[in-house]
Design a protein around this ligand. Structure first.
Ligand code: NCD
Length: 352
């Protein structure tokens, strides 16, 4: 069992299946869980904007009888006076029972776990990972496809380079086998290889340039927005807008039981006319988010397991990724791990 949830890979299949079963049960019978975390406090530290993740964590904790503290944006906190992540996390550790953190720097949640005596849940670290959105996505797929998680054809479309929900989702699917993934993106926004290496071992990956070339084969299409806030320059971002758009015309060739998913917020990649199509499941997907986060909070807060630190070595070498948390948190040790024969930063996973 896990202590923190930084990466979906912190979970074994058995952990995830237990969580999923609990999610199903809570969804059927939420009243039975009303007092389950009575007296416990969750700290929600949102350094970046959020609607669903922040509010569904708050609702989840309150529906379990617990309380929530935290912030949404840093302007009213001491972060705006220059306080480090280390100091903020150390202080909050005294007030709550678990910490949820969303931060613009890659590796921030892992960094927070180094300083926190409490369990840390990653609610999005820059363009890196977003494991609790993946729980929502897998829960939705499991509900919509009658718990069938193999033999599916899944299209993942849009910003596969910076889309952290995509990275976590692809990693999570390495727990399952015999699925076919159509990765639909421009060459500039393809998924970094290190999110695919485990998935490839038991699943097929097909690179696609258009939605049209694969829409008729898909059981699921997972649309994503272009992550404007992660681009270094505006022109590069603008060049990617409007390339992948799901409209009624493209859906004509799709299966009747296609599930259209999107982590939300959506921009122009899904026409509003699709919202009323019975295959559009993204609002339902978001609704499920609260229940699976209730399951996660119960698992993490009841009988927390001892923290097992990741096998990382002090290298003395600095990570060169400009958006890595080590760029702003000067006190962090320069630690690395090995993956696929390469030395990668323990925080953001970029090659060192
Ligand atoms: C996503 C995120 O923050 O990464 N939103 C969410 O949590 N549901 C997706 C996005 O912002 O595009």
């Amino acid at each position: 069992m896990f202590f923190d949830l930084i990466d979906f890979s912190d979970l074994a299949l058995a952990d995830w299946e237990q969580l999923l079963e609990l999610g199903f049960d809570i969804c059927e019978n939420p009243a039975a869980y009303r007092e389950r975390l009575k007296g416990r406090i969750l700290a929600n530290l949102f350094y970046e904007p959020s609607t669903r993740t922040n509010l569904s964590f708050q609702a989840a904790m309150q529906r379990l009888g617990g309380g929530v503290i935290g912030f949404s944006g840093t302007s009213a906190t001491s972060v705006s006076k220059g306080e480090s992540l280390k100091d903020t996390v150390k202080i909050v550790s005294n007030y709550a029972d678990a910490v949820v953190i969303r931060h613009p720097s890659e590796g921030a949640a892992y960094a927070a776990s180094i300083y926190s005596k409490l369990p840390v849940i990653n609610a999005g670290d820059g363009g890196h990972l977003h494991p609790t959105q993946t729980m929502v996505d897998l829960f939705a797929i499991s509900k919509l496809k009658s718990k069938k998680m193999t033999g599916l054809a899944i299209g993942v479309c849009g910003d596969l380079l910076y889309g952290r929900t995509v990275h976590s989702l692809l990693r999570a699917f390495s727990l399952y086998k015999d699925n076919t993934f159509y990765l639909i993106s421009t060459p500039a926004l393809q998924t970094p290889e290190y999110f695919l290496s485990e998935l490839k071992k038991r699943n097929e990956i097909i690179m696609a340039e258009t939605i049209e070339e694969c829409i008729d084969k898909l059981d699921i299409i997972y649309m994503t927005r272009i992550q404007r806030e992660r681009f270094e320059n505006e022109d590069d971002c603008n060049a990617q807008i409007g390339i992948y758009v799901l409209d009624k015309n493209k859906l004509k060739k799709a299966k009747d039981d296609l599930a259209i998913l999107h982590p939300l917020p959506k921009n122009d990649e899904i026409f509003a006319e699709i919202d009323d199509d019975p295959r559009a499941k993204y609002f339902y997907q978001a609704e499920l988010g609260m229940y699976i986060r209730m399951a996660l909070l119960i698992k993490i807060l009841e009988n927390p397991k001892p923290r097992v630190s990741a096998a990382a070595q002090n290298t003395g070498k600095k990570c060169q990724n400009a958006t890595c948390i080590t760029k702003t948190e000067k006190a962090l040790p320069n630690i690395a791990k090995t993956s696929g024969g390469k030395t990668i930063c323990a925080y953001c996973e970029n090659e060192i």
